[in-house]
Design a binder for this molecule. Structure first.
Ligand code: ADP
Ligand code: TRP
Length: 326
């Protein structure tokens, strides 16, 4: 029996941060290394065109994101790893999905609503963003999609799109389901009521590439204040990070100290700084090496695209026949 197909992607809009790592990448690594699945992981460069990234920066950031994912542990021998725009079938299928998806359903997407609330004018690309995402998943007949909480709605829409297509043209696409990690949401260091996101700015996130002294500085400024007498969201966030990156004993000590009110936030921050920077020591070395040898990086991505394209092309062949353009 063939292994279940897993598909996921990340936009090359900035360096990976610990929210991306715990919410997405770590889960990909576990799935990859379990040997139970067929994985397609890609860099969603076309999706990032819905933002404001300049061309030169996009070119650069695709390379950095690729190096970072490989340094984190994506293994191109186990996972089909590539750049979305290198496999043209994604956009071809997206157009076909455009033609089975009711506007009203896209209008409900919270990511679209949030982003349009911040932007003066929204493009059609921002509106149809989840359609391209559905095509990314279904072009490989993906059935499992490991993402963070904020992407669940898009995976649900992917399921609807598969259904709309199948109802109109005959059963072809599977029902995709999201896979959440244990820590679905890492919060911002400076505004712990918001999710940690590159778009909030440098002080809000810890990037995986950051050197120990940078991490110390960032965590020193992390907000630990309580709001309205409730448990401080910032402290809860830092404890959650210690739980993920550190050993259980240290985590439990701090948790206990927090419960009985003896916790010292300075100690928590110092311990967490060291824990996080130690965790990513080998990541930093591998990342630097890959970025020095971009020929190797390009070869890995070209190989990945070739493997992905083979499957995408076969599935697109069937779709073209089903819809009557062949
Ligand atoms: P960002 O918000 O920093 O731009 P992306 O939207 O590119 O991050 O997200 C890439 C992946 O990382 C997605 O699967 C998303 O769900 C996950 N992710 C992003 N931020 C977080 C977070 N703070 N906590 C958990 N997962 C996250
Ligand atoms: N929209 C996702 C994000 O912002 C990235 C993405 C694009 C994706 N295509 C995908 C994730 C397909 C999972 C599957 O994080």
């Amino acid at each position: 029996m063939s292994k279940p197909v897993i598909v996921s992607g990340v936009q090359p809009t900035g360096n990976l941060h610990i929210g991306n790592y715990l919410g997405a990448v770590k889960n990909w690594l576990e799935l990859q290394n379990s040997g139970k699945y067929q994985l397609y992981i890609f860099i969603a460069d076309l999706h990032s065109l819905t933002g404001k990234i300049p061309a030169e920066q996009l070119r650069e950031q695709v390379k950095i994101t690729a190096a970072e994912l490989l340094a984190a542990g994506i293994d191109p021998d186990k996972t089909t790893f590539f750049v979305q725009s290198h496999v043209f079938e994604h956009t071809e299928l997206a157009w076909i999905f455009n033609c089975v998806s009711p506007m009203g359903e896209l209008d409900r997407m919270t990511q679209y609503k949030d982003k349009t609330a911040q932007q003066i004018s929204a493009t059609a690309g921002l509106f149809t963003y989840p359609i391209l995402q559905a095509a990314d998943i279904l072009i490989y007949k993906g059935s499992l999609v490991p993402v963070g909480q904020d992407q669940v709605q898009h995976v649900e829409l992917t399921r609807d799109i598969a259904r709309w297509f199948n109802n109109k043209y005959g059963e072809f696409f599977p029902e995709a389901k999201h896979l959440l990690t244990k820590v679905p949401k890492v919060m911002s260091l400076l505004e712990p009521e918001k999710k940690m996101s590159k778009s909030l700015g440098a002080g809000h996130v810890i990037e995986l590439r950051e050197e120990p002294d940078e991490i110390i500085e960032k965590l020193k400024r992390a907000v630990t204040a309580t709001i309205g007498g409730k448990k401080a969201p910032g402290v809860e966030n830092l404890l959650g990070l210690l739980k993920e990156f550190g050993d259980e004993k240290t985590y439990k000590e701090f948790l206990l100290a927090e419960k009985d009110g003896t916790i010292r936030y300075g100690d928590l921050k110092a311990t967490l700084s060291k824990t996080v920077s130690d965790y990513f020591t080998s990541f930093r070395e591998k990342r630097a090496n890959l970025l020095k040898n971009t020929k190797k990086l390009d070869d890995i991505l070209a190989n990945g695209a070739k493997k992905a394209q083979k499957v995408a092309n076969t599935n697109m062949g069937t779709v073209r026949k089903l819809i009557g353009i062949r």
